[in-house]
Design a protein. Sequence first.
Length: 196
Amino acid sequence: MNAARIFVLACALFGLTACEKLMRNMYDGAKVRPLQPSTQFADGRSSRPQVAGTVEHARGILAQTSSGRAVALEERRLAAERATSMPYPITMALLRRGRERFDVYCAPCHSVVGDGDGMVVRRGFPAPPSYHIERLRTAPDRHFYDVITQGYGVMYPYGDRVAPEDRWAIVAYIRALQLSQHAAASDVSAAAGGAK
């Protein structure tokens, strides 16, 4: 009987040392560099996709502070995302911001006047449609917002790079570009006459 107990005890101790070895392997796993090939995973990538349903807690405006100002900014961002038409009053500050963002993200393809002949197009990239065609002049504001957010055709989505408020500022600037290319001479003279 004692020999059987000693044997079971020895097996248990041996098993526990093996567990420690396996546990250490979990702690000291192979080092993988992000975006580099890896044989450690079946798909050959070292970067792992997020688990479905993952919620980010350390990114964005709410991660910076829990103040009322941050919450108000987040509510404003959500309202901008849900709006079906321009949610802000058209002011010079909004148009300036829209032009600044347009020049950064849109002008390389769409050109500074929105005619679809930007520098990228001149180097062989497919030309986007001009903002001045009738279809886009009559398109709802939300169409431009959605195209900026989700992309369209060969246009890459910019939803992760351009904040919702800036997307609406770009939309306002696109509308100003459209008006500038289709203004009547009487509109200019009337505005000049009123400026005296």
